[in-house]
Design a protein around this ligand. Structure first.
Ligand code: ZN
Ligand code: ZN
Length: 356
């Protein structure tokens, strides 16, 4: 089968590798669509594969006998084969899996926090392949209803879930003001999530013109270009010197995190969802306006089949349409090109649908 494989630092190649077979508790999915995500760029560009194996030891077994690391954690397809002990799935059913999977048996999984599993869960790999394995499938995979497109199923596996969770974990109230720093695919999902939950004023920060335009479509009232104005000062003046109730960091940079801490009102909440990658630490100023009596919450993609079904219901019944995020369509065989396009943010790219 064809698979997009990381063969060296910052290098992917589409190679012919063996089709996987399901072990106990696993299903093998025949892909109908996958996509490239900002996290893929971290995995690809920020260090050799050995670093990832140190982070996720189970990747060593996953990669055994392969020419590198099969890439991709966002995907959708149909069940091709069902492993021993799987009870919820049959061949032919349309399914997807949260990008972070849990074991279902550790303390975190028992409390529903599958994405921070300590019992063998990790980031899914290999969705940018013709076939891929979903581990602990009964916990982590969900059947996709007919009304939910492949595009929306893919978004539910990661950035829609994470972006919406940024707003949920900040406990945003109806009518609250929200600022969202960066309007890449993830930040745009946070903007849509703020609207879904009933935000009042939504201010976003973005300098790429296509992304600023999309931000307005997704519900932003004001888009600040950080190359023209200091975002935190501008947000203060837009909120009568108070600051917003909730500010979301959606790119994973020290600078935007600091801006997010400076843009909230006293007692407000900073919600961080950006992936900081190899940045070893982020810090925040401790002077009175930005530090005391604030809440800071961080969110990893909220995962599991119950979560996926909730997001599907928003698409089916809640009038949520995020399909405009898919700006490009390419073949899996063009995956290396897709990575270059996404890395360079060319042609207004947000999400690239990769089909076999
Ligand atoms: Zn992702
Ligand atoms: Zn677990």
């Amino acid at each position: 089968m064809l698979s997009c494989v990381k063969t060296a630092l910052a290098k992917v190649e589409v190679l012919d590798i063996p089709t996987p077979t399901p072990g106990p508790g696993e299903i093998v999915v025949k892909s109908t669509m996958a996509t490239v995500c900002g996290s893929d760029m971290h995995f690809l560009d920020e260090g050799p594969t050995e670093l990832l194996v140190a982070l996720y030891p189970s990747l060593a077994e996953f990669m055994a006998g392969l020419p590198g690391l099969p890439m991709g954690h966002e995907g959708v397809g149909t069940v091709h084969a069902v492993g021993e002990g799987v009870t919820r799935f049959q061949p032919g059913e349309r399914v997807c899996c949260s990008c972070l999977y849990g074991c279902g048996k550790c303390v975190q999984c028992y409390t529903g926090d599958y994405s921070i599993c300590t019992g063998g869960g990790r980031t899914l790999f290999g969705t940018q392949s013709e076939y891929y394995v979903i581990p602990f499938a009964d916990i982590n995979a969900a059947k996709v209803p007919d009304e939910v497109s492949d595009e929306h199923a893919i978004l539910a596996t990661d950035i829609m879930s994470t972006g919406f969770a940024a707003i949920e974990r900040a406990e945003m109230k109806i009518g609250d003001s929200v600022a969202i720093f960066a309007q890449g695919p993830l930040g745009l999902c946070a903007t849509a999530g703020a609207r879904v939950r009933g935000a009042g004023l939504v201010i976003t920060v973005e300098s790429v013109p296509e992304r600023a335009e999309m931000s307005k479509k997704f519900g932003a009232n004001v888009v600040i270009n950080p190359k023209e104005k200091d975002p935190a000062s501008e947000i203060m003046s837009l909120t009568n010197g108070q600051g917003v109730d909730v500010s979301v960091e959606a790119v994973g940079l020290q600078e935007t995190f600091e801006q997010a801490t400076r843009a909230i009102r006293r007692g407000g909440t900073v919600s961080s969802i950006g992936v900081y990658g190899i940045l070893p630490q982020v810090s925040m100023a401790t002077m009175a306006p930005s530090f005391y009596h604030r809440k800071v919450v961080t969110t990893f993609c909220t995962s599991g089949h119950v979560r996926l079904n909730h997001l599907f219901d928003l698409v089916r019944y809640g009038n949520v349409d995020l399909s405009a995020l898919f700006t490009h369509r390419m073949k899996l065989s063009q995956a290396a090109e897709a990575y270059d396009l996404f890395r360079d943010k060319r042609e207004g790219v947000l999400k690239i649908a990769l089909t076999p």
